[in-house]
Design a protein around this ligand. Structure first.
Ligand code: FES
Length: 164
């Protein structure tokens, strides 16, 4: 993204009524993301300085909205941290993903293909432990199968995967 494009968008949104309203901030972020497909650290720094926002606030907002990205990753992995999944090995599933992907503090994998997130319950407790890759649900997966699932997404860019 060219700096001038970023400045134009931020300037426009800083002049709207109530620029710090979440609705306006999200609209601005969506517009910025349309250019490169994600929102860079440079863009975050610039927005925060122009609108006097805290970086932690802006990053939390981006992380809460699945359509916004802090890196050009291709897949969102959502691991269930709910009690029923935990009792059936959910922690081992989460640790296995972490060991393979080595995510940074924003959950972005080292190869920037995946974004790893945790959610309290995926509403499929009877099939615990569960996780999702994008919209696809995986249940009762053995930790030893996770590497293969990851490789499928890496090689086929997420168009397939084995649902258990
Ligand atoms: S506790 Fe994991 S799906 Fe409900």
């Amino acid at each position: 993204m060219e700096q001038v494009q970023l400045e134009e968008i931020v300037e426009y949104y800083s002049c709207v009524k109530n620029p710090k309203d979440q609705e306006n901030i999200v609209a601005m972020l969506r517009e910025i993301q349309e250019i490169d497909g994600w929102i860079s650290q440079e863009a975050i720094t610039y927005i925060c300085s122009a609108l006097e926002l805290k970086e932690t606030f802006l990053k939390c907002l981006i992380q809460r909205l699945p359509s916004l990205k802090l890196a050009p990753y291709q897949h969102i992995v959502t691991i269930c941290s709910g009690e029923r999944c935990k009792r059936k090995g959910g922690d081992i599933i989460l640790n296995t993903w972490k060991e393979i992907l080595k995510p940074d503090q924003n959950g972005i994998s080292k190869d920037q293909v995946f974004c790893l997130r945790v959610r309290n319950c995926l509403k499929h407790c009877t099939q615990a432990p569960s996780f999702q890759v994008d919209e696809k649900l995986y249940s009762n997966v053995k930790p030893s199968d996770i590497r293969k699932i990851i490789e499928n997404y890496r090689s086929k860019k997420g168009t397939s995967g084995t649902n258990k």
